[in-house]
Design a protein around this ligand. Sequence first.
Ligand SMILES: Nc1ncnc2c1ncn2[C@@H]1O[C@H](COP(=O)(O)OP(=O)(O)OP(=O)(O)O)[C@@H](O)[C@H]1O
Ligand SMILES: [Mg+2]
Length: 248
Amino acid sequence: MPTWEPVNQRGLKMLKVENLEVRYGAITAVREVCLEVSVGEMVCLLGANGAGKTTTMLSIAGALKSTTGKITFNGRDITSFSPERVLREGIAMVPETREVFPDLTVRENLVLGGFIHRGDHRKNKAQMEEMLALFPVLRDRQDQQSGTLSGGEQQQLVIARAMMSQPRLLLLDEPSLGLAPTIVHHIYEFINKLRSTGLTILLVEQNANMALKHAERAYVLSLGRIARQGPAGEIATSSDLKALYLGS
Ligand SMILES: Nc1ncnc2c1ncn2[C@@H]1O[C@H](COP(=O)(O)OP(=O)(O)OP(=O)(O)O)[C@@H](O)[C@H]1O
Ligand SMILES: [Mg+2]
């Protein structure tokens, strides 16, 4: 498994979001959002339905344009970058929609994830091998049509597909959504395996308990604003977490 970041870069700021505001027409979905992720960290962004988690993540990925704010990645201003350019900078996103190309095989889906390195067959082949080794079920089913996979297997596939671009930062939007608790546990094992390679992760979850068990730090979004932030352990025991989820 390649190490994505040299050990001596651990702790350096990788992602910085400053004063982000995003609107959908007349609706302001997030405002004054500031967050940071350091090299090697897993940070989670929590909040109730409609709090603005996906909006924030899509803005970082370049898929939504902000009205105000600045997004910096490894010191470079990426605020106005297209999704493809953001990907080339080293940020990959796994959207909450968990979409696979159902008629394509598992292997074909993975190949598509490596499109930014399409001129570099060796790089893509090596990364494919890494992913098939990390996700044994994908190896077993590599020639199977992706639409026939279970929900948990499809979640593994979309994570592995995002990893095919060899990102330095992985954005994960609700990886546990709609999955049974035992499967969720399994998915988090894979996330931890990815982390052990040095990958930096920003995780969006409604499943606060699960996310706080695994992440180092957390931000809680409430009605489009950051209402709390701190070490995961502190957020987990904060008495007002429920209230924040209810938007009060
Ligand atoms: N395409 C859109 N057009 C208009 N409003 C939108 C659109 N997408 C999201 N919104 C609104 O923006 C706000 C934030 O939505 P967002 O999807 O970011 O929340 P979320 O925290 O990801 O919620 P969930 O937990 O349900 O995924 C909500 O009020 C939502 O209704
Ligand atoms: Mg969402």
